[in-house]
Design a binder for this molecule. Structure first.
Ligand code: FMN
Length: 163
């Protein structure tokens, strides 16, 4: 799998007054093009006040403006947060995704409790915990399998035994 990181920090706060004759600000246009071209989506987010982070919601909203760029693609969610590992944010992302016609994998779910030992990330932000890496591998294989299924393509042999 090739995972492209999409930087959402350049996106302005959503304001439909910025849409002119069906066009969007340049950063939004570039973002929408990347979303439209993706085979599937891997959302990675912290949990903010029991919910989805504001910047991620802003990005979801910009690419939802007609024509919706998210539709009919598979997605998975990762979160790194405190007590619940971000589960509350993940269920809100799933709820928003319903309206956007995103098809989330059901399992495995992955909630990374960053404030509990063992240490999950090094000082450079790299994932170092083996168990967490294995969870991530399973999420990615499940996402790949569901993406190929939606696209009507044959499954990858590595996916057997993942649930
Ligand atoms: C405004 C704000 C609200 C937060 N609310 C929650 C929360 O409700 N639940 C939780 O587990 N962590 C919460 N956190 C902690 C973040 O999830 C924590 O920052 C995250 O684990 C680390 O990611 P970051 O370094 O990208 O912020 C909050 C952090 C911020 C800044």
């Amino acid at each position: 799998m090739q995972v492209d990181h999409i930087d959402i920090s350049d996106l302005p706060l959503l304001n439909t007054d910025l849409e002119v004759d069906g066009g969007f600000p340049s950063a939004v246009e570039a973002f929408r093009e990347k979303v439209s071209a993706a085979d599937c989506f891997l959302f990675a987010s912290p949990e903010y006040n029991y919910s989805i982070s504001g910047p991620l919601k802003n990005a979801l909203d910009w690419a939802s403006r007609p024509p919706n760029c998210w539709g009919d693609r598979a997605a998975a969610i990762l979160s790194a947060s405190g007590g619940s590992g971000g589960s509350r944010s993940q269920y809100h992302i799933r709820q928003v995704g319903l309206g956007l016609d995103i098809h989330f994998i059901n399992k495995p779910e992955m909630f990374t409790k960053t404030h509990q030992p063992p240490k999950k990330f090094d000082d450079g932000g790299n994932l170092i915990d083996q168990e967490t890496k294995e969870q991530l591998r399973k999420v990615l294989l499940s996402l790949q399998a569901f993406t190929l299924r939606l696209q009507g393509k044959p499954a990858n042999s590595q996916q057997q035994g993942i649930n």
